[in-house]
Write a new protein. Structure first.
Length: 131
């Protein structure tokens, strides 16, 4: 079996991009009703949800590009932790029952990116190679 570890930086980049695009989708649904309005989101959005939506769109975009990845991932991870405890944790203990699985996954994927970095396919890596 070939050494799969050589692919780890590339797969890290793929995980970063896919997670970030899915994260952005939540913000786009809140702000622009794209690809559809977010189910259950009030219209107009209260200030807290408006801030969360902009973090999702801007933070997700930065993470997808791999630009300021660690800082953006830290903020997005924190937002998802707060979202879990504010919106899901109060609905019961089990994430499968309180609807919080996505928030937990986003939180820990982004927390991992804070420590692992963006991977080889990123603007952060391209900028670092030039300097």
């Amino acid at each position: 079996m070939p050494n799969l570890a050589v692919w780890a930086p590339r797969v890290l980049s793929l995980l970063r991009v896919v997670a970030a695009l899915l994260f952005m989708e939540h913000g786009l649904m809140k702000l622009f009703h794209f690809p559809a309005a977010q189910p259950g989101a009030p219209d107009p959005l209260p200030t807290l949800l408006l801030a969360a939506a902009w973090i999702e769109v801007v933070g997700g975009g930065l993470i997808a590009l791999g630009l300021f990845t660690r800082a953006a991932a830290f903020i997005c991870s924190g937002q998802m932790a707060a979202a879990y405890f504010m919106a899901h944790g109060s609905q019961g203990f089990w994430p499968a029952l309180n609807g919080g699985e996505a928030a937990i996954l986003f939180c820990f994927i982004f927390l991992y990116l804070v420590f692992a970095g963006p991977g080889v396919w990123s603007l952060d890596t391209a900028v670092r190679k030039r300097t």
